[in-house]
Write a protein that binds this ligand. Structure first.
Ligand code: NG6
Ligand code: CA
Length: 510
């Protein structure tokens, strides 16, 4: 019954959605089978790339993608932090509909139900080989969390991926090991891993007890177990032979991604390449250290750009580039000091990670979720710039549309088939988009207007120096005239506030 009500609400909501196509029966059965490489950067801001106006940094490879493809100016991650954005990307459902989809601890259980339609399962159904290489941060294992010393399941392989090579949570969270398919890589018998997020386990020193052992010092948090001279969030011990070396993470991930591409070159494949860059701790390989002039934060942007170049070269070398859609985007907006003293603030110079947008990671303002988004598919996607409103939550239905996969009407409830916008055939975007801030506040963008719902809480997160967008009164901005969200027009346009608040309410109820 509840499902029926939801369905009716959804149908009502979606009527009059313009070009957005939630009606599965109308999906074009084009049955195209290009490869898809989705490069998902971490904490990369709207202003962090040359092609988005970053004067201080040269991001040749990413800028080439933009020059050869379509660069979006109004594409969104669903949330201003990682776990909920990734949840939405892979399930086609706004993460705020489910409790417990905030930033996950490193020992969380898998946050995606097995058995539901997911972005990779759509590709699998279309006959693709599917792989994820990189940061996961969506939990692993059954309730109670993973068994790091045994079979780590369920995980990506149980929700639609054929291959996985993961940083289980984040670079700043334990355990600092890679997980390939169901196992920790390089784990030696007799040295089992223990992980705890509440209390210390084993006798490895912590940053709090032994700051003299650190090569990178925390600025806030991040003072628990030390691994490779960097103290992390959470406690661990054991698994010494399996520990990653931070400087080599990008190289390792690129190598695995290239191997996946080469192994699957004869069939269509979907690769979710989820980089560690440019999340903290920012510890670039020596090839990039000191090269940007902006400190480690700039250096890892160069490292990210290199990684993109490597993947493109691999596609070219294997003769696959023409038949591959490459997408580059980010899971949330930028942050300068996210918990380590890495000189990001001191060396920022005039670089603006958020571009001209207000806020950053965690924020309800635009820079929280409006992120770089580039699509390249030679001969199929026009070159240029698109201001179509787009959300990463739409990738699931859009690729179902492209590959001719029929999804069930209850799958991916927030995902619209926006294939024409994605491929640059139309500049008509989705009718509206909901943005989720780290404090839980929701905002809704429709056309030129943005509404931020009233929310109690601090106005500035002091430690990261980011405006949250929280205010007890409603906020209304005209993004066309005021992209920096400087002037709250709510008092001048009460009708608009009412319209958007009630639309947000109906999306929420859906
Ligand atoms: C925060 C961490 C931050 C980062 C973030 C998750 C502290 C003080 N801050 O809690 O460093 O890890 O979580 O980032 O611990 S995300 O991109 O994965 O969402
Ligand atoms: Ca992130």
């Amino acid at each position: 019954m509840n499902q029926l009500i939801n369905l009716l609400a959804l149908t009502a909501l979606l009527s009059g959605c313009g070009t957005a196509n939630k009606n599965k029966e109308d999906s074009p059965v084009s049955a195209e089978r290009p490869n898809v490489v989705l490069i998902y950067a971490d904490d990369l801001g709207y202003g962090d790339l040359g092609c988005y106006g970053a004067g201080h940094l040269t991001t040749h490879h990413i800028d080439a993608l933009a020059a050869e493809g379509m660069r979006f100016t109004r594409a969104h991650a669903s949330s201003a932090t990682c776990t909920p954005s990734r949840y939405s990307l892979l399930t086609g459902e706004y993460a705020w509909r489910r409790p417990g989809r905030g930033i996950a601890p490193g020992d969380a259980a898998l946050l995606i139900d097995t058995g539901i339609t997911t972005l990779p399962s759509v590709f699998q159904e279309a006959g693709y080989a599917t792989g994820v290489v990189g940061k996961w941060h969506l939990g692993l294992g059954p309730e109670g969390g993973p068994d790091w010393n045994g079979e780590i399941r369920p995980g990506p392989l149980e929700i639609g991926f054929n291959y996985s090579f993961l940083i289980p949570a984040t670079g700043d969270r334990v355990p600092c090991v890679f997980v390939e398919n169901h196992r920790v890589v390089g784990l030696e018998e007799g040295d089992p891993i223990q992980v705890n997020y509440k209390k210390k386990v084993g006798d490895w020193p912590t940053g709090k007890e032994h700051p003299e052992l650190l090569k990178v010092h925390p600025s806030h948090g991040h003072n628990q177990t030390i691994v490779n001279g960097i103290s992390r969030i959470g406690y661990m011990t054991g698994g010494k032979a399996a520990l990653w070396t931070d400087e080599n993470i990008a190289d390792t991930l690129v190598k695995r991604a290239k191997e996946f591409i080469s192994r699957n070159q004869d069939k269509p494949f979907f690769l979710f390449f989820s980089t560690h860059d440019i999340h903290v701790p920012r510890v670039p390989h020596e090839r990039f250290a000191g090269k940007s002039g902006l400190g480690p934060r700039g250096d890892v942007i160069l490292q990210l750009d290199w990684a993109v170049g490597e993947l493109m070269q691999q596609l070219d070398r294997l003769g696959l580039a023409e038949n591959t859609i490459v997408i580059l985007t980010s899971d949330n907006g930028p942050v300068v000091d996210d918990g380590y003293q890495d000189q990001a603030v001191e060396l920022l110079s005039t670089h603006q990670p958020s571009g001209w947008l207000r806020g950053g990671k965690y924020s309800a303002f635009e820079a929280g979720t409006r992120v770089p988004f580039i699509v390249r598919w030679p001969g199929k996607v026009n070159r240029g710039v698109s201001d179509a409103l787009f959300s990463q939550v739409d990738l699931l239905e859009s690729f179902a549309g492209l590959t001719g996969v029929k999804t069930d009407s209850l799958d991916a409830p927030d995902s619209f088939n926006m294939l024409d916008a994605l491929l640059g055939k139309t500049k008509d975007g989705r009718p509206h988009v909901v943005e989720q801030a780290a404090n839980g506040a929701l905002s809704l963008v429709k056309g030129d207007w943005k509404y931020i719902e009233p929310h109690k809480g601090v106005k500035v997160m002091q430690k990261v120096n980011i405006e949250t967008g929280a205010a007890t009164e409603p906020q209304l901005y005209n993004l066309e005239e005021d992209p920096g969200e400087k002037e709250n027009l709510a008092a001048n346009h009460p009708e608009k506030v009412k319209e958007l608040a009630s639309l947000l309410q109906s999306v929420r109820a859906g």
